[in-house]
Design a protein around this ligand. Sequence first.
Ligand SMILES: [Zn+2]
Ligand SMILES: [Zn+2]
Length: 787
Amino acid sequence: MIARVSLEIALRKEFDYLIPAALAGQVDVGSRVQVPFGPRKMLGVVTAVAEESGRVNLKPILKVIGAQTLVTPKVLQLARWIADYYCCAPETALKSVLPEAVRKEDAGWRERLFVRVLPVIGEMSKLPKRQQDVWNFISERREMPLAELVALAKTTAATVRKLEDCGRVKITAEVSERDPYSRETILPSQPLVLNPSQVAALGKITAAMDAPPPTADASAPSSTFLLYGVTGSGKTEIYLQAIAHALEQGKGAIVLVPEIALTPQTVERFKARFSSGKLQTLVAVLHSHLSAGERHDEWHKIRQGRARIVIGARSAIFAPVEPLGLIIVDEEHEHTYKQEEAPRYQARDVAIMRGRMENAVVVLGSATPSLESYANCKKGKYTLLELPERVDDQKMPVVRIVDMRQAARGDKGPPIFSPQLKEAITQRLERKEQTILFLNRRGYSTSLQCPKCGYVAECPNCSLALTYHRAEQKLSCHICGHSEKVPSVCPNEKCRNPAIRFAGTGTQKVEAILGKLFPQARIQRMDADVMKRKEDYRRALGDFRTGKTDILIGTQMIAKGLHFPRVTLVGIIYADMALHQPDFRAAERTFQLITQVSGRAGRGDIEGEVFVQTFTPFHPAIQCSRHHDFVGFYEQEIEFREQLKYPPFSRVALLTLKGRNEEKVVFSAEHLKRELEKKLVATGPDRRSAGTAGGVANLLPAADMFADAAAPEVRPDQKMKNLFRDLVIAGPTPSPLLRAENYYRYQIMLRTRAMSALSRELAKIVQSLALPEDVTLAVDIDPASLS
Ligand SMILES: [Zn+2]
Ligand SMILES: [Zn+2]
């Protein structure tokens, strides 16, 4: 027998190996194996097993890793789709479906020594005092880990060994599972009574779960749902009850949440519901803050079928849950579902594909759905479920827009706190209620400028201004981590002005000013600078919950997943920040962020109030968030997307070229552009007329502008030409962040409806493309951002 193996190097090629007699019966599709490759030994995954190979002189597999096949056939199929659609090497896709701790051989189960009391035979001999003390201790408890016994009985391992020698106890090594949540006390919870809209939504989901698997014809009802519920409308309770339904059917569930929302609070809700009762099961948790060992154990609990529910960030979509009944993607609009390095998959879309492959129902949940998902409901591809009200008669918070242009009148520029927000904070402090202040920028000041010569301190490696961190007295780059001392005079040789100035506001400055305005307030800042360890985060939230903190200031770290009943005020310090990003999703992001952050207010009995400080108060993203009007926002925004043929009216592929030599990068980008046109763009009389996207120079459908440049003698075949009729090729243009970590970046953007077909063509073009050695190309299908 032979096995076909995909190795862990991106060769886009599989290799055949002999299955030696000694390993017969152990090698199957999905097995992790070690094989010889040239002079080296390498790890890989078996993708097929066959009687014979077309090749001769095959080398044998050296070793099988793990007692079970690690990649299930269904996950293997999913990995192949990812390689195909996201235009990456199959090896890269396959590698990403297993956590590193599982893939590598070295992480394994942890063994611990356990002490167990043996049955007494005959009369017990008398023990010396120290052994007798230990015996008294262990004989009551019957068994416990050796380390624990030594600590609790204040003894030594040697003394316990003596008890073993005289036949009283036995010490054995046993697998001890690491439980990342062992320190939490979790009280079981019962299903809550649902309100009518929750009942209706849950009913549709469970009906789809009960329906027979769809037949080949396309008339089958959709099994993807978009659960659009305002913040606090009880989406999680629907998830919990739908999961219970899956368990009743003998199936498991995967719950994806953004990494940032994976707080102990969220995990606890799922564990609490399924920790007891007839549906009891382990809930495995997968995210980046686990140790390698914890990740190994959590993953294997799933593979062994002991944990039937998985809750995790992006990569949990590959969890080997079998059979799978339900996939939930909470906060489906979150761009963190997109992986930023290869394979550049979008976990929400992978979830929908996996659901289709395994006949699992998929529920996408959000208070601010992505335009793509909402448009899919309108097209009938997904079923829309709505929860228009908060549970328990909680009211939506009142949102007040504060025009900072008015607050700025005077010579000193705008203050950080408008008089309205200041007044509101004062009230909350008097009433002993809590406040959350949001600013998505850490540091003290966001730039250092010289008012005399215009000098701005920039990172030497990136095209980005340095941020001032006052506590450390340093300027630092938030892209590459470069940091330097704060100059005392303007570094410009000709200027040397001692009066250089800091400009812009970060969370550190908000904290400092707030401390001056309200010296009696207890303030906690939460951002990446102060929350360095898991413990910091837990403690800060604990203090806020127990009322030891009055005001929480934070970056997006506090934007979601937090439910504190005493928070009645939310202040968004600078709401326009995301609006000024050079990205077609800038308005959507802004609307989502304001709505999500606002949703932290009024989660208890007292109505919440939100102050949105802005310099563009009439922008639709801001006006619509005032009335929690997602549909209104959608209708305005969708028009702009349609005009410019942006998603959801097309899909985007972003090709980014990167290198240290700017000229070479530009040259390579232009070369690539010509190749794309040669292979994909139809020439001749029937090509489509110029696009309608006038005015936005960088975003023009450049395929039309470059019509003459396309070599006329190479004509794509008729079929492909028709397939890519709507193709728009824009660029090359400098990336919004032109230089990062000393690399220059240029990009080409392609837009088409036929993305699966385009991906396949791109894979061929990219592979045959000759680029200079020091220029690399990244292909990003459905990018989350254009930077
Ligand atoms: Zn200067
Ligand atoms: Zn930098």
